[in-house]
Structure formats: C-alpha cells, structure tokens
Design a protein around this ligand. Structure first.
Ligand code: GDP
Ligand code: MG
Length: 599
C-alpha cells in the first residue's frame, strides 16, 4: 500500500477513560473479529491481571484495513499504550511510533492528571492530537464541560472533537473518518537506510523474541542482516510482518509500517525498547532520537514462604523476566528468610503486578521485604555507594552524607480538596513549585517530593481525601540531600533483617511505632510472650508485646461437630503454610505485607 494511505496512531488517556474498550471497537468494526465475545473483555489486554485491574501494562499494536467513505482503502495502525505512571517510557516509545493520537476523555470525569501528562508527551513528539469524548452514553456525561476543558485546559480545537461511546460503538465510524482526514500520513522513503524504532517486544515460547517496531525509513526483509544501533548486536531477520491479533507474515516491511520481526533473539533482555534497528548493508549514520535505558526505582527482595520452593521461585522469576525486560533481579539471602531474590521494579504497581503473578500463575507463597528506593551514599573516604538494600547501609560513622531520589508530582483536584491535599503533600515532605487554577472548579498542584514518601500510601490517601476526584502523575527528576537512618525490627530480640528499612530521620520514631503496632496485630499469639521492638543502632525506639496464649481453637466447637472441627484444623494447616519461622516465632506472610504498607 502507498505510504499516503497509511495512518499510525495511538490512544492516550487517563486510566479508565476507555482506551482498551475503544481499541476493541476498532478491531471489531474492522471485522477482524466478530462481536461474539462478551462485551467488556478486552482484546488487546491479554494478561489476567490487566483485565482484573483494568490497566494496560504491555503495549500492543494492530493493523486495521479500512475503506473510507469515499471508497479509498487505508491501512490504520493502532498502537495501544500502557496506562499507568510506572510505564511512562513505554508510552513515550509507543507515541513516537505514531503521527497522531486520539486523546480520550471520559465524558463524566473530564480532563485528569494523566490526560495532561499524555498530551504533553504527544506534543513533544509533534503528534496531531484529536480530542475524543468517550462514554457519551452515560447519564452523567457532561459534554459542554469537557468541551470547555478541551479548549481551556488542553488548548486544543474543540471543533475537532469526536464524540463516541466505546461501549456501544456509537460515533466510532465518524472517528475513523476523522483519523483518515486529520492524522498525517507517515513520511519516509523506502530507498533510504533502514531506521526502525523498537517500541515493544514479547516472548513466544516457540519463536523466541518478537520485536515490535515502526519503520521510519528503508525496508526490512526476511533474510536481511540487521544491527541494533545502541547495543551493537547483529542478527538475521527470520520473519517479519504485521499484527492482526496474531502475527501475519509479510516477508517485508516498508517505511511508515508498524509490524514485527523475529531474528533468533533468545531473550528479551537482549533488546532495548527505544533502540534503532538498521541494516548491515547501507546502515543509517544516526539512530532515532529519544533512547533511554529504563531503570528500576523501587527495590525489594522476594523470598519463598517455604524454603523448599526456592527453585520454583527462581523459575517463576525467570519466566516473568522473559516478557518483562524492566524486571531486574539477582540472588539474595537473609538471615531470617533464607535464600531469595533482590528485584528492581519501575514502581509500586509493577511490584504488585509481579507479586500477584508469582502467586497466581505459579501458585507460590512469597514474602516481599520492605520496598526501598535507591539512595546515593557519599562516604567520608570519597567513595560513592548506591544503596537500595537496607542491609548494605554502611556504618553511620563512615558516612559523609546521603541523597535520595525526588519526583515532580502533578495533581489535579477539584478546588474544595486543595487544603487537605496541601497538608498531605507537606506531611510527605513536598515542596510546592506551582499551583494553577485550570478553571473555577479545578486546580493543578505541582510538588517536588521524595520518591520514598509517595511509594506507599500516598496515592490511596490522595484518593480518599478527595473522594476519588484528585488524579496524580509523577516523574523522577533527580537526587537531593537527605538525612537517613536504618530502622531495625527485633522479634524476641532477634533482628528480622527482612523488615529493616531506611527512613528519613524525622520519620523514624513514628515509623517504628507503626511497624510494631502492625506486627502486633498480624502475628498470632503463641505459647510464649513475644516482644516486638523497633531499634536504631542500639537504641530501642518502640515496643509492643504479644502476650502468651494456649487456647485450643477447636475448643469452641464443643466437641460436637466433627466436620466443623476438621475444617478448622485444615484451615489452620493452610495458614501454617503461609507462616515463616523467625527464630522461634512464626510470622505469617500477611505480617510482612502489612509492614510493606506502613509508609
Ligand atoms: P482504560 O484504562 O483506558 O483502558 O479503560 P477501559 O477500556 O478498561 O475502560 C474502563 C471502564 O470504563 C470499563 O469498565 C469499561 O467497560 C468502561 N467504559 C469504557 N468505555 C465506555 C463507554 O463508552 N461507556 C460506558 N458506559 N463505559 C465505558
Ligand atoms: Mg486498558
């Protein structure tokens, strides 16, 4: 097909505004699939957890043939983008594979933090942005308010707006026409050197790594020798083609195309999203701009509850890594928990997704240690250490000073919640850098805050004080000086190394108290007294005691109902499997998770 009749676009939106649902309608309308599937199950999101949580983690692409109203045939490439702040870099690569973007706005919610963040990304890449108001079928849809925001907050032309219901399919036909009319065709010549941008990849157990790419110039053919410009690795193309829910072999991709290739690449870690592919013959002199190495920002160790599961855990992590290059891990061990893995994640959501997948897909009971950011520690002897594991924190005497990562947080909220949100940000050591009234009803707050402070309960508290109306987006901006201490937790005088954490000095007292209280609630009484203590260096800063207990749980069944008694015992046994012995104390998995949430 002539490049003039190709259109590459993505859908960008705040989470839950209907991106995946709209993508489904597109595919359906293009008659690639029939509408037999139950409404609401999304075709582009293929992992269970994505469906359950309604988030898109891996981006996907699909080529849709389309005949316009005037009879002209087009090829539309839809690139689905991940919808969470943890995955911003993947969004930016997907966006730069396109010439246009549909900016989806939920008619009942209006513009939110990620709507703005995504719009800025699209503008940075010079995309043509079409505003689309979705969910017009909802009784609570407020179209005039959305149009006002499109004009006033986004600075887009409200007259260009399309109105759709991704749920019912209403308006999707006119949206197609708008795409063909308003999004420019790609530019680039088939004769120039090959330049293809890698925007994603996935692992297929039979075919190896499938690379998702967008060609900006040149052609890519089966049999070609190619080179990845940033990693310098050379491969031979075994197959290439386009995505139509499955892979459709074409043998050749041309400038402007979005598609895949397979080149005998063994593991996902061998390729980098954002890298440029070129030919060995007639190579490009410069890679495409914007390459960035994705770095994990949150670190935690994973241990099996039952040490016999160590090998299974290793296999699970290796398998997850095949499809997720951003997951990094290495072997780790703890005095309290035995052998495990130290892992790096892109954010807390990424961590939770991995946790759920290990438990659900591999049926393993695991314990996570308190997540930590990566600190920079400057030593008196001039050395610089990067510390993300509290156990590696050096002796205080030898430290000159430490630095911690900071983020810029963008919060959009209805005006009535501004007061409590400012208090929350202050409590989290935030420093305000801007406060913009978007209109009479909404304010944008910009704060610089330590990443460690927003990792855990910031988002939940923001949602609860704003009754769900405030939205939040962040980006890591750099390091600033800080004052750190290591808080250790002792259970019957035994330090539980897995519960140690690095905390801002002024927060240590209250954190220590909170951890002890949580543990007291989560650790069941045992046949002896249990002391739970928080300590900094040798100083105990908090203490709770769990008193001894000897009651037989089956006693309250009055000896009568045997089956009930058995059920109770079964349940206890089940619970035991999720207990970890630390010294002579059994600590349930739940206790580790509870501490993890106490920031
Ligand atoms: P995403 O996070 O942007 O991918 O959003 P989803 O496509 O997962 O949609 C979020 C929720 O909104 C789901 O429960 C959808 O069923 C619902 N939804 C999406 N589009 C519409 C629509 O046009 N009308 C209504 N009533 N609900 C919609
Ligand atoms: Mg989605």
């Amino acid at each position: 097909m002539d490049i003039k009749h190709k259109r590459n676009f993505c859908i960008i939106a705040h989470i839950d505004h209907g991106k995946s649902t709209l993508a489904d309608r597109f595919i359906e309308k293009a008659r690639l699939v029939t509408s037999r599937g139950p409404m609401g199950t999304q075709l582009l999101d293929n992992m269970d957890i994505e469906k359950e949580r309604g988030i898109t983690i891996k981006s996907q692409a699909v080529t849709i043939p389309y005949t316009a109203a005037d009879g002209q045939e087009y090829e539309l490439n839809l690139v689905d983008t991940p919808g969470h702040v943890d995955f911003t870099y993947e969004v930016s690569r997907a966006i730069s594979s396109c010439e246009g973007a549909l900016l989806l706005i939920d008619a009942s919610q209006g513009v939110e933090a990620q709507t703005l963040a995504n719009l800025y990304l699209a503008m940075e890449h010079n995309l043509e942005v079409i505003p689309v108001i979705n969910k017009i079928d909802l009784p609570s849809a407020d179209i005039p308010a959305c149009l006002h925001q499109i004009d006033h907050d986004l600075g887009l032309d409200p007259d260009m707006t399309c109105f759709v219901s991704a749920k019912t399919g209403e308006g999707v036909d006119s949206l197609y026409e708008a795409i063909v009319k308003n999004i420019p065709a790609p530019e680039g010549s088939d004769d120039n050197s090959l330049k293809a941008l890698i925007f994603d990849s996935h692992y297929d157990p039979y075919r190896g790594v499938i690379v998702h790419c967008r060609l900006f110039s040149g052609t890519l053919k089966t049999g070609d020798e190619i080179k990845f410009m940033h990693s310098d690795a050379v491969y031979k193309v075994e197959d290439c083609g386009i995505f139509q829910l499955q892979l459709v072999t074409k043998g050749e991709l041309k400038a402007g195309d979005v598609g895949y290739f397979i080149a005998g690449i063994k593991t996902i870690s061998d390729i980098r999203v954002g890298d440029t592919v070129t030919g060995i013959k007639n190579p490009a002199s410069e890679p495409l701009a914007g390459f960035k190495e994705v770095k994990p920002v949150v670190f935690s160790s994973i241990y099996p509850v039952d040490s016999n599961d160590y090998e299974e855990l290793q296999e699970a992590i290796e398998r997850l890594k095949l499809n997720d290059a951003s997951l990094v891990y290495e072997k780790d061990n703890s005095a309290a928990l035995g052998f495990g893995f130290r892992c790096g994640f892109l954010g807390m959501l990424h961590l939770e997704v991995i946790q759920e997948r290990i438990e659900r897909e591999f049926d393993l009971s695991i314990v996570f240690t308190s997540p930590s950011v990566r600190y920079i520690v400057h030593m008196k002897n001039g050395e610089t250490l990067y510390i993300d594991n509290p156990l590696e924190y050096p002796e205080v005497m030898r430290i000159d000073y430490s630095e911690e990562p900071y983020i810029q947080a963008n919060i959009i909220t209805p005006t009535q919640y501004v007061g409590p949100i400012i208090s929350l940000c202050l409590e989290k050591r935030g420093v305000q850098s801007a406060m913009n009234y978007l209109d009479e009803k909404r304010v944008e707050l910009v704060y610089e805050m330590p990443l460690a402070e927003v990792l855990f309960d910031f988002y939940d508290r923001l949602k609860s004080i704003s009754r769900g109306y405030a939205s939040f987006d962040y980006e890591v901006i750099g390091y600033k000086k800080t004052d750190l201490v290591r808080l250790d937790i002792l259970v019957n005088s035994e330090p539980v190394d897995a519960l140690s954490q690095l905390v801002f000095k002024d927060n240590a007292q209250s954190r220590g108290r909170m951890v002890c209280e949580r543990l007291k609630d989560e650790i069941p009484r045992q046949q002896f007294k249990i002391a739970i203590q928080g300590a900094i260096g040798g100083n105990i800063i908090s203490r709770e005691t769990i008193s001894a207990y000897r009651k037989d749980v089956t006693a309250k069944c009055y000896g009568g109902d045997i089956s009930r008694k058995r059920k109770l015992l079964e349940k206890q046994k089940e619970g035991k499997k999720r207990m970890k012995m630390v010294g002579n104390v059994e600590i349930p998995q739940q206790a580790f998770l509870a501490v993890l949430k106490t920031n």
